[in-house]
Design a protein. Sequence first.
Lengths: 80, 182
Amino acid sequence: MSDDFSVTLELDLRNLSCPMPLVKISKGIKDVAVGQVVKAVTSDPGALADFPAWAKTNGNQILKTEQSGDETSFFVKRLK
Amino acid sequence: MQIDFAAQIEELKARVSSLEQGGQENKLSMVVFSGDLDRVLASFIIATGAAAMGMEVMLFFTFWGTPLLRDPGKTASGKDMMGTMFGAMLPKGAGAARLSKMNFAGLGTSMMQGLMAKKNMASLPEMVVLAGELGIKICVCELSMSLMGFKREEMIDYPDLMYCGVATFLEQAMGSKIQLFI
């Protein structure tokens, strides 16, 4: 599997419930430089709707969403 | 008859930009009137979520919300009889808040707290600490403080806590995109 991006930081947000995944990703995205990618692994079903909403208002970009079982991984690129 | 399109476009541009701004900033102002565990928990989930989404957040604690900001480890002296009564009857701190429904003399609240812990949800006192870390401002209603006889020395240590009146809330609310009353 090849992607045209590399992950700088990986966040394990499994077993966290609303609003903690959002709080953690909003902190985590600031730990990487603009243009870099954070991978966030979540298990909260609400994250599927919440991460795109968060990215849209925060001005960051979700490059890819990967689902395996109950877990969803978001690849978020810091845009600003 | 000749129409000055350029002037009309300029005027429309100015009107659109003033509408877009609306004098409102990316801010959330919320009145926390209730002291019920479920309602205050919802307040803090919305507040911390808003902070995560990059919003500036101000919580205005008034009436039944006020006693939840007391520190259970602190005491205040020199209260009159009414103040002492209010102090004893109202929940002391966020950890003492009860459910608005299905409390069943505290049993329902304990079960809900147990369930929240099992689901790895933050407790209300933990949410208050998180709110402080996220830079959420708390404004405590001065009128509620004096009405219920609370003293400043018995309130929690919170990074951005101030005491204010209705005008402070309204001034903040006027410039906020979202205003809520819970």
